[in-house]
Design a protein around this ligand. Structure first.
Ligand SMILES: *Cc1c(COP(=O)(O)O)cnc(C)c1O
Length: 397
C-alpha cells in the first residue's frame, strides 16, 4: 500500500496570513439559512452592469478568429494607444504606447507580479497599513519582507515619511501606494506626491502607485495621477483598471503606465506565467476608454447619491462619518463601548451582522492599523443602503 504523503506547501504560501473573514462568512451563511434578510455592504465589486456598448464590442470582437489566438504579452498596440490617449486626455500625462504602457489581466495581476519582478528573498517592501491585501501577500509569496507603513488618521490616512525608521526606508526596495484609497477613501494631492518622489529618490525606491478609483470622484473633485508630478516617471509606475470605472471587474482588464524599465520587469514575469489578456476583451477595452464617457458620469452620480444616503443614515445612528470625495467606500470609526474587545472592529462587525443583518468588513482585515474602523461599500442600491441606516439607528451600542 502506498503511504499517504503529506502535501508540503511552499514557504511563501505557508507564510500567508490566515483568512480573517472566515468567521464572518460562516455567520453570514448561518444567518442567511435562518432566513435573515442580509444587506451585504462588505464587497468592493460594482453591482451595476457594464455599459451595453462595451458588451456589444466584446460580442463582435469575440467572433473574429484573429482574436481567438494567443494575444501578445504586452497587449495589443491599439489598446496601449487607447490607454496613452486616455492618460493624455484625462490626466495630462504623456506616455509612449510602445514601452510605457503594459496591458494587464486586471491590475491585481500586475501588482502581484511586480513583487516577483523586484523582490528577492529577504528584500523589504514598504506596504501601507491598512491596505488592499495584495501588496502584503504578494510580498510574502515572493519570500520578501513586508514592512507596514501606518496610515494614521491624524495624517489624513497618508504615510508620514518623517515618522518612518530611516534604516527601514533605506533597506526597502519598493513602496506600494494607493490614492484614492481603499479602504479609507482618503485622497492625495500634488504636494504629497512630491514628498513621495523625494522619499523614493532619497531611498532608491520603486514606487508602485495603484489608482483604480481615479474616476470614482465626487463633488467636482479631480483625482490627479501620480505620474502628472515631475520626476514621478523616474521612480515609478501607476496601475489603473477598467474594473471600477466601467463596472468591468469580471472582465479582467487593467494596465500599468510609466517607467519603461519597471514595466519591463513585470513583463518578463508575465511572459513566463500568462499569455496576455484576451484580445476581444482588449478590443472592448478600447471602446470603453475611447468611446462616450457619459456612462462614467452616470455611474458616479449613482454612487454619489448612495454615499449621501448611507452617510445620512449612519450619522442619524450616531456614527462619526465624513463624506468621502472618492471611491465607493465609507471608513467608519467603531463607536465607543468596544474598547475592551480583543478586536473592536470584528466585535462591532459581528453586532451589525447578528443584530441588524448587515455585513461590513472589519478594519483589522486590512492590517493592524485598520483596527478601530469598519468599511462599508456603496455597491448596493440606495433603498438597501437606506434600510441599512434605518436598522443601525434601532441598535443600542
Ligand atoms: C479593486 C482593486 C484593485 C483590483 O482591480 P482589478 O483591476 O480588478 O484587478 C486593485 N487595487 C485596489 C486598491 C482595488 O480596490
Amino acid at each position: 500500500m502506498l503511504a499517504k504523503r503529506a502535501v508540503q506547501y511552499a514557504k511563501g504560501i505557508r507564510a500567508l496570513p490566515p483568512y480573517l473573514f472566515a468567521e464572518i462568512d460562516l455567520r453570514k451563511e448561518r444567518a442567511r439559512k435562518k432566513g435573515v434578510d442580509i444587506i451585504d455592504v462588505s464587497i468592493g465589486d460594482p453591482d451595476l452592469p457594464t455599459p451595453p456598448h462595451i458588451v456589444e464590442a466584446l460580442y463582435h470582437a469575440a467572433k473574429d478568429p484573429e482574436n481567438q489566438r494567443y494575444p501578445s504579452y504586452e497587449g495589443m498596440l491599439a489598446f496601449r494607444e487607447a490607454v496613452a490617449a486616455w492618460y493624455q486626455r484625462t490626466k495630462q500625462v504623456t506616455v509612449s504606447p510602445e514601452d510605457e504602457v503594459l496591458t494587464l489581466i486586471g491590475s491585481k495581476e500586475g501588482l502581484a507580479h511586480a513583487a516577483f519582478a523586484f523582490l528577492e528573498p529577504g528584500d523589504h517592501a514598504l506596504v501601507p497599513d491598512p491596505a488592499y491585501p495584495v501588496y502584503h501577500n504578494a510580498t510574502i509569496m515572493a519570500n520578501a519582507v513586508p514592512h507596514a507603513v501606518p496610515l494614521p488618521e491624524d495624517h489624513d490616512f497618508k504615510p508620514d515619511f518623517d515618522r518612518l525608521d530611516k534604516n527601514v526606508a533605506r533597506q526597502a526596495k519598493i513602496l506600494f501606494l494607493n490614492y484614492p484609497n481603499n479602504p479609507t477613501a482618503a485622497i492625495a494631492d500634488e504636494a504629497f506626491f512630491k514628498a513621495v518622489i523625494d522619499f523614493a529618490q532619497d531611498n532608491e525606491l520603486i514606487v508602485l502607485f495603484d489608482n483604480p478609483y481615479s474616476e470614482l470622484i465626487f463633488d467636482g473633485y479631480e483625482s490627479p495621477s501620480f505620474l502628472a508630478v515631475k520626476g514621478a516617471k523616474e521612480v515609478g509606475i501607476e496601475f489603473n483598471s477598467l474594473s471600477k470605472t466601467y463596472n468591468m471587474t469580471g472582465w479582467r482588464i487593467g494596465y500599468a503606465v510609466g517607467n519603461a524599465d519597471i514595466l519591463k520587469g513585470i513583463r518578463m514575469v508575465k511572459t513566463n506565467i500568462d499569455s496576455g489578456a484576451f484580445q476581444a476583451v482588449q478590443e472592448a477595452g478600447i471602446v470603453a476608454l475611447s468611446g462616450p464617457q457619459d456612462c462614467v458620469s452616470q455611474n458616479v452620480a449613482i454612487y454619489q447619491r448612495r454615499r449621501d444616503i448611507l452617510v445620512e443614515g449612519l450619522r442619524a445612528a450616531g456614527l462619526d462619518v465624513e463624506k468621502p470625495h472618492a471611491t465607493f467606500y465609507l471608513w467608519v470609526k467603531v463607536p465607543r463601548g468596544f474598547e475592551t474587545a480583543a478586536s473592536p472592529s470584528i466585535e462591532f462587525s459581528m453586532i451589525l451582522l447578528e443584530q441588524a443583518g448587515i455585513v461590513v468588513t472589519p478594519g483589522v482585515g486590512f492590517g493592524k492599523h485598520g483596527e478601530g474602523f469598519v468599511r462599508f461599500t456603496f455597491c448596493n442600491s440606495g433603498e438597501r443602503l437606506a434600510e441599512a441606516g434605518a436598522r443601525i439607528q434601532k441598535l443600542n451600542f
